[in-house]
Every structure is written in structure tokens, then in C-alpha cells.
Design a protein. Sequence first.
Length: 152
Amino acid sequence: MVTIGASYTSNLASSDTFSEFVNEPIDDLVGGWSAFVTFQILERFKIIGEYVAALDNFKAGEIYAAADTKERKPSAWNVELGASIFDNIELAVRYGGSDDGGAEFLPESQYGAVLNWGFLENTNLALEYLHNKYEDDAQTVDALTAQLAVEF
């Protein structure tokens, strides 16, 4: 099974997390677009590819740091491969990256893995590891996350 989708936003700067990295005021709205494709193989394997990008440049200093002298046109991509190991256990690995993602917002490269265990109906426990490397080697972050999710 294949699923394909795309989207458009007229004001990328107003999106959830990205808005925290915007310096006011912005002279012109910058739109954005995204696309994804998902392949489900044998009901056991899943491959996901995603891409998101600004349609135009942000002027120097409008995003990330006010003292930034570069125009920015951020974009990001992600590829994931997941497999159901047992009926209630899934393992996935991912690799992604960005251009013009800044020193703290979007990692220039990112890889990781997640193990998801559905131990009760509508209840999952996930353990995830992510390694992030940011633009100009500004920082490297290793994160280990545990998440308990109950759906109702």
C-alpha cells in the first residue's frame, strides 16, 4: 500500500515550534510546503519519506538570531524504516537532516531508533534514542526518551 500527501502553508513563521525562533517583525510572509510518501510492505514493514521547505528566503535576522547576516531558506527531510517484530513490538530507525536549520532549531543531521511495545490494549511504551548534529558544529545532542502513551 502506498500513501502520498502534500501540504502548503501561507506563513511558515507561524507554525508551532518554528514561531519560537522568529524575530519580530517579519517584512513579508514566507510560505512553506511539504510532501510525504509511505510504503507499507507485507503489513509488517513501513518506509516513510518526508520533506518540508520554505518557498522563499527569510531576510537576514528574521529567524534564529537577530544579528544573523545570512538570508535563510530552511528545509528538512526524514526517512524512516519500521518493522513489526512481533504483534505488539515494533522497531524503527530513522535518518534525517536540514539545510539552513540554524544552530539550535533543526539538526543538520539526525539519526536514531525507537522500540515501541504495545503491552496493553491502547497502551504503548516507547524508548527512543536520537543523535543530533547542528549547523556549523554549534552543538551535538544525544537524547534518550521514554514515553508511556494511553489512547482513549
